[in-house]
Write a protein that binds this ligand. Structure first.
Ligand SMILES: [Zn+2]
Length: 468
């Protein structure tokens, strides 16, 4: 959706009756389904379900072929990468990839932000180019372009993992995601909407007061679903409510729970699995379509080798692991190739093969998606506040600070075109999630300090912390 239809949508949708909102969710769901589950998706999924059993050598051959192809595209058709080195002639695929990649300097987000259009491949016809934005986990949004094939391959990696627990694209499901599907001012249930097309029940993550959560419990028991997906922080709050009420879902009702977008914390996993009676499989992906890691039964995150190359800039190392910032090379991104992109997350890569038997790189953990909740005056805990800045291209960086449930302080690093209108836009977005009562103070600053480990945190709250 472009920005005009986005703002039209947010003006009209909240005024519709619930039935019409359900139909709007259905149309949205139908559109997403058509875009994701294409013929290319089916073909890729089939191929990758097969290659998942390949030995490392064969996966490296495949990576090398895909990397070399992308380098050729980039040299010919991507202005930013005109001077990229040629693919290596070395025979061994691992050595060839290393030789090539080490000649390419890491790509900083800043370099991409300064001239994003220089990354668009002239090979992809304009009509095939889709656009979106990053969700801005570092408090800033970047414009993105991708081809239908990239989106299909992203979802092939998602569904290869999901199908392992026996669910498929047409199964009924429950979701806890960031869209505002229930108007924030709505005081009574239903705090969920239905997409009839794929039998998806979308629960609001913005209405979770202790009183409202009682309605969530009844609705979850009444909703037919085979799996659940969404933000761990939100599912964790609902899981606590289910357990406190002594009403967990019967074991086996759901085949699996799929978390993404935030780091899944250990206490969240335990509570969610207990309350929903199903195992969690976590996935690490980013809105740039540049990386995908999927969890196995042994609780490691396996790099989807067909989809990306992940390098670690090692800062700490033992016999069994190495830890450091990640550099990611997107093998599926033919519209805007990204090589050695410094994504801003830190990972710990295993040095020994995973006991599950799957070959290729695997990680013990990827850190950097931990976000605090904001606590509202009426007692709601709201996560994923970085979405507030998703459409704010005039904001270079932002951070929400909270020391009192009645107020938040917003630090903003403005870009040159920041104006009063930008500020009103930010406040509107904040109010749409946190409600009209909370006091919002804005301070324009030159920079936002990092955490001791160098990580940026979009939300720091002393009262709404990620408390177990
Ligand atoms: Zn494994």
């Amino acid at each position: 959706m472009n920005r005009l239809s986005d703002s039209l949508y947010s003006a009209i949708y909240p005024r519709l009756p619930v039935t019409a909102q359900n139909w709007a969710c259905t149309i949205g769901g139908w559109t997403r389904y058509q875009q994701r589950f294409t013929e290319h998706f089916r073909r890729t999924l089939n191929a990758w379900e097969e290659s998942m059993a390949w030995p490392a050598e064969r996966l490296h051959e495949l990576q090398r072929t895909r990397l070399d192809r992308l380098v050729r595209i980039a040299r010919n058709a991507v202005p930013y990468y005109r001077d990229l080195p040629e693919p290596s002639s070395k025979r061994d695929p691992v050595e060839a990839m290393r030789e090539l990649l080490h000649q390419i300097p890491p790509l900083e987000k800043r370099a991409y932000r300064d001239q994003p259009r220089a990354f668009i491949s002239r090979d992809v016809p304009r009509r095939r180019l889709r656009s979106s934005q990053t969700s801005g986990t570092t408090g800033t949004a970047l414009p993105l372009w991708y081809s239908p094939e990239t989106l299909a391959e992203e979802y092939a990696s998602v569904w290869r993992m999901r199908r392992r627990v026996g669910v498929d694209t047409d199964d009924p499901q429950i979701s806890f995601n960031g869209q505002i599907i229930v108007p924030i001012a709505q005081p009574d249930p239903p705090f969920w909407r239905t997409n009839f097309h794929t039998r998806q029940t979308l629960f609001s993550i913005y209405h979770m007061t202790p009183a409202n959560l009682r309605a969530y419990i009844d609705a979850l028991h009444a909703t037919p679903a085979r799996y659940m997906q969404g933000y761990p922080s939100s599912m964790h709050l609902v899981a606590l409510a289910l357990l406190e009420a002594g009403r967990p879902l019967p074991k086996g009702r759901l085949a699996g729970v799929f978390t993404s977008s935030e780091s899944l914390l250990a206490f969240q996993r335990e509570t969610i699995e207990k309350a929903f009676g199903a195992p969690i499989l976590d996935r690490y992906g980013v809105s740039e379509f540049a990386v995908s890691m999927t969890e196995c039964e042994a609780h490691r995150l396996h790099v989807d080798m067909e989809y990306c190359i992940v390098e670690v800039e090692t800062t700490e190392e033992t016999d069994s692991y190495e830890t450091g910032p990640l550099l990611i090379t997107a093998l599926a991104h033919d519209a805007t190739p990204l090589f050695r992109y410094r994504i801003g997350d830190v990972g710990t890569r295993a040095k020994h093969p995973c006991p599950c038997g799957r070959a290729g790189d695997s990680f013990f953990e990827v850190d950097g998606r931990i976000e605090d909740y904001v606590l509202t005056p009426d007692g709601r805990l709201v996560g994923r506040m970085d979405h507030v800045f998703k459409d704010q291209l005039e904001v270079a960086e932002a951070q929400i600070l909270q020391s009192d449930p009645r107020a938040i302080l917003l630090l903003i690093v403005p870009r040159a075109d920041y104006s009063d209108a930008s500020e009103r836009g930010v406040v509107r977005q904040i109010r749409s999630r946190l409600g009209p009562e909370i006091d919002v103070r804005i301070e324009l600053v030159n920079s936002i300090p990092r955490e001791p480990n160098g990580k940026f945190r979009a939300v720091k709250s002393e009262v709404g912390r990620n408390a177990p």
